[in-house]
Design a protein around this ligand. Structure first.
Ligand SMILES: NC(=O)C1=CN([C@@H]2O[C@H](COP(=O)(O)OP(=O)(O)OC[C@H]3O[C@@H](n4cnc5c(N)ncnc54)[C@H](OP(=O)(O)O)[C@@H]3O)[C@@H](O)[C@H]2O)C=CC1
Ligand SMILES: Nc1nc(=O)c2c([nH]1)NC[C@@H]1CN(c3ccc(C(=O)N[C@@H](CCC(=O)O)C(=O)O)cc3)C=[N+]21
Length: 306
């Protein structure tokens, strides 16, 4: 059976298209009202998964009518220089949102960079002040991949209340926020990482298994409960049998698809929704900035000033 007509595959494309269509409408209105949305991506050094992400950000931002600009910095840059660049973007009223692509080189503390982004421009919800919101169940601007992964799980129609969920990987940008989002939906959540004694033993109990590690084929068929939903978040670049470079996830999809009831393909699963949610978050950030602007200056004053 081909991928396109196999209902076991949870495809991200249609969900992403719906989100982008709504963003496009919002962006057109905001632009007409004098608030054009603009997203800035900051990349430090070279990482294959980042290249893929930024390429798709640019393409989908264009489709949605959001200005997109990439700022690339060499891996040798200092943390201070990057913070200065971020402060410049914070102060620029034309910039709506700033995303710092991860990973950054080891000598740069990523948390310092994330804390340097003004919370109103923090389109990934990764500022220490923003990430706390998901602990309080305030979910309108959640980290994009975590939100995308949960969105795909919803597509299964499974009842999230009481669902046994296992997450493999506990990074602050993916694994941990997924755990918080699903706890707030009533799921029972187990989080595994490199010190977990038996990832397989936990994974086999899961009704829904989320994997975000960055290791191709880490999850094999014997680690998956029959009938489970498997959400593969990994984006790994490898050379395929034909010698060409290709993207694969963290799950051995070929074998796992015969055990699981649902599985996300890579590419074509979580990735496209992540991009769409980043654009949606940019519009959320814009509306917060507008609300502040209008509370400060008043709508009439702004129109009169034009
Ligand atoms: N599809 C999408 O939209 C996105 C995809 N990604 C992809 O997801 C993957 C993970 O990304 P990210 O979370 O940023 O990566 P990190 O490297 O920050 O985190 C990886 C996590 O995996 C854990 N881990 C490492 N080895 C094992 C193991 N053998 N068993 C169990 N857990 C392990 C680590 O635990 P510990 O810290 O304890 O070592 C860590 O928590 C990458 O492939 C990335 O490209 C990322 C973001 C978005
Ligand atoms: N601060 C930060 N936030 C991130 O969310 C983040 C990051 N840094 N660093 C890199 C990883 C990786 N990542 C991807 C998201 C979407 C696709 C994507 O669009 N994938 C498509 C297209 C694949 C293709 O074009 O070949 C797909 O899976 O179908 C890929 C990779 C986000 N990440």
């Amino acid at each position: 059976m081909s991928l396109s007509d196999d209902s076991r595959y949870l495809k991200g494309g249609p969900v992403a298209q719906r989100i982008i269509a709504a963003v496009r409408e919002d962006a057109a209105i905001a632009k007409a009202e004098g608030f054009p949305p603009k997203l800035i991506s900051i990349t430090v050094g070279d990482t294959a998964a980042v290249e893929v992400y930024v390429r798709n950000q640019r393409a989908k931002a264009q489709l949605a009518g959001i200005d997109f600009e990439e700022r690339r910095f060499p891996a040798t840059i200092t943390s201070g220089e990057l913070e200065a660049a971020i402060h410049g973007l914070n102060a620029d009223p034309r910039v709506t949102g700033i995303i710092i692509q991860r990973p950054v080189p080891a000598h740069i503390p990523v948390r310092t960079l994330q804390a340097a982004v003004h919370p109103l421009k923090d389109v990934e919800g990764m500022h220490p002040a923003s990430i706390g919101n998901i602990v309080y169940n305030q979910l309108d601007l959640a980290p994009c991949t975590a939100a995308a992964s949960v969105e795909l799980l919803r597509e299964t129609g499974l009842d999230l209340k009481g669902l046994e969920v296992v997450i493999v990987g506990h990074s602050e940008i993916v694994g941990k926020p997924i755990a918080f989002l699903l706890m707030s939906e009533g799921a029972t959540v187990t989080v595994c990482h490199h010190m977990t004694r038996s990832v397989a033993a936990h994974a086999r109990r899961a009704d829904a298994l989320f994997v975000a590690v960055g290791k191709p084929r880490l999850i094999k068929a014997d680690m998956v409960k029959p009938g489970a939903a498997v959400i593969d978040i990994g984006i790994n670049s490898e050379i395929g049998p034909d010698g060409a470079s290709r993207i694969v996830g963290d799950v051995d999809t070929e074998s796992v698809k015969d055990v699981a009831s649902w599985i996300t393909p890579v590419p074509g699963g979580v990735g496209p929704i992540t991009v769409a949610i980043l654009l949606r978050n940019t519009m959320v950030a814009l509306s917060r900035q507008r609300a502040l602007y209008e509370a400060t200056y008043g709508t009439a004053d702004r129109l009169a000033a034009e």
